[in-house]
Ligand binder design. Sequence first.
Ligand SMILES: [Zn+2]
Ligand SMILES: [Zn+2]
Length: 331
Amino acid sequence: MVLERPRQALRPAELPDPEPGAGQVLVSVHACGVCRTDLHIVDGELSEPKLPLVPGHQIVGIVARAGEGAERFAVGQRVGVPWLGWTCGECRYCLSGRENLCDGARFTGYDVDGGYAELAVADERFCFPIPQGYPDEQAAPLLCAGLIGYRALRLVGDAERLGLYGFGASAHILCQVAAHEGRRVFAFTRAGDEEGQAFARELGAEWAGSSDDAPPEEIDGAIVFAPVGPLMTTALRSSAKGARIISAGIHMSDIPSFPYEQLWGERLLGSVANLTRRDGEEFMSLAPRVPVRTEVEVRPLEEANEALDSIRDGTLRGAAVLRVRPGGGSA
Ligand SMILES: [Zn+2]
Ligand SMILES: [Zn+2]
């Protein structure tokens, strides 16, 4: 499925098979997760995609062929391809262990074609082995919703009382990780979304309510997943001294001004950007130990537009995943 122009629906297309270059693998795609970032790209809020573009950066598939010098994975091995597709290795960020901030980074399904397709090429250094026991479709949301959520959780620090604002694909994974770590999770959904609140409680949240509600206690940190700037200050107003409030999205509406006394007391507002390969390795080894169970709404590839709509409307429970090759089983 191809994006020709922002603010237009994706359209089905027959493209020539991509060729793996040096150090790349050709991946036969089994499943690809649908992320809110894909929606920001389609809606034109991230304004510089390659065009035409095959979106999708939560790719699970098997290596069909290796390009010149690519030796990390055997043909037939299952791999995941995440958002971070390439880094320069030379800028000040790459050289200081912060490749997620690389000045020249290329992102899968944005700067290079992604996984809303039967075939994709990827730099083998940025692929991950997928933990056994996860069928392809359940594994796909680990690659961004899980991974970037995990990085956000690390940035929040060891907050015991954790607020999660927006209970979508990422929060439904992180809620399980946080509960596993012994944190107390307070989950916030859109007003009136009682189903979403019940879902959060099922996954280990101690309390779930509307983002207009105050939590039963102050929170020691929060991750804001919904792309709604005012939630940053809402979370701040409910926070204890020393709390870190982290935005996990790549795009957000403006954050309103607020009195300094709400920030006073060593509270921090921050953001999380992209991922490092180390985050990926850590999270892929942690997920089966929790164990994280992903709840997915699977659609065939041709229904990519409908899957994006379900994120836009907030009607989704868990994560949206496109099935590309029928019958992709577990490893
Ligand atoms: Zn770099
Ligand atoms: Zn994503």
